[in-house]
Design a protein around this ligand. Structure first.
Ligand SMILES: Cc1ncc(COP(=O)(O)O)c(C=O)c1O
Length: 421
């Protein structure tokens, strides 16, 4: 919709005016004919040979090899979700039971629950001021003799300060797991996230930058020994790499991805660089277009960061506004723009954590006498709360074109004109 006059500009949809955007938003068009051909090829083979496709087959092997190549070398193991990727990676690090794992406060529950399922205690790190991501200072403050691992999530495709985190972790000799579920292909100072820490986990469910069909995940490392443990931990401890005659060497679930999903993932991996490029282009156009606005701005990002934008985070200047952020975001949504008003994703405030709902009514792992820390510790995470109070997300993606960018900018300008003090 074209809006030229000031009169229309001031007439907000939330007060009965015409929305900037009524046209449906384009889908991501993530899956296409190439993925269908890859899947059909597997079915054709199954039909002609009489043998079903399975797991740990040629497609998975190729997908893992290609994934590792995409990361610049190393080893990858495909698993069946991002949650199981985090779980497998943590299991591979083999933390002692009832030790502490420091974890990002803003993350998906699937990025935190694996800790308690490994019988470890989550210690929640606040974010760096103004950010959804943790910083080295917030991590270092929580390190104790009980700390066995650090689990860092790169939220929204924005790289965490991994150089700072690794300096802290190395100083204390603590392994680092990078949760890259939301940050495929994000780069910090020329290096992809997932290559800074000891091990990394990715989600490849259908909402992520690249997918392996509906569900999936990848565990990645550059360490051959760790890779071997990853394989044990994702498949019932099968004695991969152990002498003939060895038996299953650790208790673990079967978390394998299937060859069918891996075949889709291989096609998707080829599309991934272009998907990231287009997301960056959309973000760049919006960032450029809001420079003069009074009510919204781009929050500070890390120097040297090239986010892959799972979403675009924006800061709301409440002091310049005639309304709250919630009203602003509602007004933006009424203009037809896809917005998430608050990314208050704090898994430690949810019932599973506060009610210790893990192993029956035991309260384990927190209640174990073998845990030597304070099970009742409170994590206030004031920075995370402040960041999610003051910021909101635009749900941009690679399917956005000129029109979507123009509509978004028009709506943001319309709101700026109408709602600034
Ligand atoms: C940071 C983070 N970690 C883990 C996960 C879990 O991934 P999945 O949904 O594939 O299990 C997600 C999912 O969005 C996530 O955003």
């Amino acid at each position: 919709m074209v809006m030229n006059t000031d009169e229309v500009l001031f007439y907000l949809a939330i007060y009965g005016g015409s929305p900037v955007r009524t046209k449906p938003w384009p889908g991501r068009s993530l899956l296409g004919a190439e993925e269908r051909s890859a899947v059909n090829a597997l079915f054709d083979e199954a039909l002609s040979t009489g043998n079903a496709f399975g797991y740990n087959g040629p497609e998975e092997e190729a997908y893992c090899r290609e994934f590792a190549e995409y990361m610049g070398g190393g080893y990858a193991d495909a698993v069946n979700s991002g949650t199981t990727a985090v779980y497998t990676a943590l299991r591979a690090l083999n933390p002692e039971a009832f030790t502490e794992v420091i974890v990002s406060s803003i993350t998906d529950p699937g990025g935190m629950m694996p800790i308690v399922l490994c019988n470890c205690i989550p210690v929640i790190a606040d974010t760096a001021p103004g950010s959804y991501n943790v910083g080295p200072k917030q991590i270092e403050e929580l390190i104790s003799p009980l700390t066995s691992a650090i689990l860092i999530a790169h939220i929204g495709g924005e790289p965490v300060d991994m150089e700072g985190i690794m300096a802290v972790a190395r100083r204390h000799r603590i392994p680092v797991l990078e949760d890259c579920a939301q940050a495929h292909g994000a780069v910090l100072k020329g290096k992809k996230v997932g290559t800074f820490g000891d091990i990394a986990a990715f989600s490849t469910m259908f909402g992520k930058h690249h997918c392996t069909g509906g569900q999936g995940g990848v565990v990645y490392t550059r360490d051959a020994k760790l890779y071997q443990r990853i394989r044990w931990c994702s498949d019932r401890g099968k004695p991969l790499g152990l002498p003939d005659g060895s038996t299953n060497c650790t208790a673990a679930l079967n978390l394998n991805l299937s060859d069918l999903s891996a075949a889709i993932g291989r096609v998707q991996l080829r599309k991934l660089p272009d998907i990231i490029r287009r997301r960056r282009d959309v973000a760049a156009a919006i960032i450029e277009g809001i420079k003069e606005l009074k009510l919204v701005a781009v929050p500070d990002t890390l120097s040297g960061a090239e986010p892959s934008y799972w979403f675009l985070r924006l800061k709301f200047h409440v002091e310049a506004a005639a309304c709250s952020k919630e009203t602003y975001c509602q007004a933006l949504a009424e203009e037809g723009i896809p917005v998430v008003a608050s990314y208050r994703h704090l898994p430690h405030t949810m019932e599973w954590f506060t009610q210790r709902q893990v192993f029956g009514s035991s309260g384990l792992p927190w209640t174990s006498p073998l845990y030597l820390g304070n099970p009742d510790r409170v994590f206030t995470c004031l920075n995370a709360i402040a960041a999610t109070d003051k910021q909101f997300n635009l749900r941009i993606h690679e399917g956005w074109g000129e029109e979507e960018i123009a509509d978004t900018l028009m709506a943001l300008k319309k709101l700026d004109e109408a709602l600034k003090i």
